[in-house]
Design a protein around this ligand. Structure first.
Ligand code: GDP
Length: 440
């Protein structure tokens, strides 16, 4: 995410490296680079210019704190201003209605149907809601089928009526159905077009007027850059929507849309989509996004994801095993599975400060664990419990069984031994020892 923008900003801050203080001249030079980086990332020129002017004022007005170097101070100011530009605080959707009606708008292909499913899944699992998904696209039967597939996947009921050609009537019938059947959230997935057109706008505005949704969301593909911002403006003029959903942020987007949308339509980005799967949804936190843009990683989100997957009982069991030197490959396998549940490797790496940059040119295989899993699956239960019993002939057999080589098996065993040692050290009150080691 935003690799090239992060890189360029990093270079811009380098201008200040070695300078003892912030001056009119070195600030101007740095900010010229910052502005160029933003414009290259598809941020509207005027927004980029206003932004750098603001940063300049802040930078020149400040005495460099003794603890901060000028380039560090500049990173901090840019981070704070980027956060403000993207909205300040995180904002969630309004769920006060009964049912709360959420209307989805956006162009065809922006990710509306996928996001409707993700949101339903999120509200069901994180907010204990009983959502109802509604297919209001009366033109494309395939779109209705797609919503049913999504609904089946996440176990959420889908309301549709292929005979009815008036989306307003479908929406109204769906809300009545929701009231009768105890659904407290209704998500209306509407028809989109490939480009903005009047019929589409009239249709969605009719639905809007008829059902008076608690929340109207505009879904937009982040990869479309400046176009995303223009489309947002057109939809906002008609619908006066409540929030923006930026999808496909897992792709190679330049970041311009995330940075500019709030200041153009003055509506917050509420969620982001980071993949095709139903759990690839994140609440949008401007400050965390600013961290990511600046290549500072997003440790908070990473920790949150880890916590979600953290199984306390399992962790306790593993701790006991480590203490008794009984940690085996079955436990290792379980841990790999937990990590995999946290999301795609590339996505996770992007959240680690500095790692995004390092990994940029590497092709991270989402199935990075595939070989390891295959090797473990090729071990006998005895071998998994007693890794030291794996001798040369066993290694050969494991390699053969898993389609890997003896070398790879050796490497796995080595890594496993190192990891076991490290875990033991961390546990035996050795956390401090580890810290000492890392400092060296
Ligand atoms: P709609 O026409 O607006 O309903 O769009 P769809 O929900 O059908 O999405 C269009 C395509 O984008 C589908 O292939 C989705 O799988 C894909 N898609 C949607 N959201 C995301 C996302 O966050 N990341 C990625 N990589 N693909 C997405």
């Amino acid at each position: 995410m935003f690799d090239s923008l992060s890189d360029k900003l990093d270079k811009a801050f380098h201008v200040l490296k070695g300078h003892g203080q912030i001056t009119e001249v070195n600030v101007a030079e740095t900010l010229k680079e910052v502005r160029r980086a933003l414009v290259d990332a598809d941020v509207n020129f005027k927004i980029a210019k206003d932004f750098t002017n603001l940063v300049k004022e802040k930078a020149l007005g400040q005495d460099v704190l003794k603890t901060l170097k000028p380039n560090q101070l500049m990173v901090k100011i840019v981070k704070d201003e980027l956060t403000k530009l993207m909205g300040g605080d995180a904002e969630e959707v309004d769920l006060s209605g009964n049912p709360s009606v959420i209307l989805m708008s956006g162009l065809q292909g922006s990710g509306k149907t996928t996001f409707s499913g993700k949101l339903a899944n999120y509200l069901k699992s994180k907010k204990s809601k009983q959502p109802l998904l509604v297919a209001c696209d009366v033109y494309r039967p395939a779109a209705i089928d797609q919503l049913h597939v999504v609904g089946d996947q996440i176990g959420v009921e889908v309301f549709s009526n292929k005979e009815e050609k008036n989306p307003v009537l479908i929406a109204e019938a769906a809300i009545a159905h929701a009231k009768q059947n105890g659904h407290n959230v209704v998500i209306l997935d509407t028809a989109g077009r490939l480009a903005v057109d009047q019929v589409m706008m009239n249709e969605i505005s009719d639905i809007y007027k008829a059902v008076k949704p608690q929340e109207t969301l505009f879904v937009v593909d982040a990869m479309t850059g400046q176009d995303a911002v223009n489309t947002a403006k057109t939809f906002n003029d008609v619908l006066d929507f409540d929030g923006v959903i930026l999808t496909k942020l897992d792709g190679d987007t330049r970041g311009g849309a995330a940075i500019s949308i709030k200041s153009v339509v003055n509506k917050p980005i509420k969620f982001i989509g980071t993949g095709e799967k139903m759990d690839a949804i994140d609440v949008f936190y401007p400050s965390r996004m600013a961290d990511r843009i600046l290549g500072m990683g997003d440790v908070v989100s990473l920790v949150e994801r880890a916590q979600e997957q953290y199984d306390e009982d399992e962790a306790r069991k593993i701790q006991k095993k480590i203490a008794k030197d009984k940690f085996g490959f079955d436990d290792f396998l379980k841990q790999i599975q937990q990590v995999k549940k946290m999301g795609s490797m590339k996505d996770l790496m992007g959240m680690i400060p500095g790692a995004g940059k390092m990994m940029k040119n590497m092709d991270i295989d989402d199935d990075a664990f595939k070989h390891i899993e295959a090797m473990i699956h090729s071990m006998t239960p005895h071998e998994r419990e007693n890794p030291t019993s794996i001798n040369a002939s066993r290694k050969k057999r494991i390699g053969k069984g898993s389609g890997t080589s003896v070398q790879e098996v050796n490497q796995l065993l080595k890594q496993f031994t190192q990891m076991s040692k490290m875990m033991k050290m961390m546990q035996g009150g050795g956390g401090n020892k580890m810290m000492e080691m890392m400092k060296k």
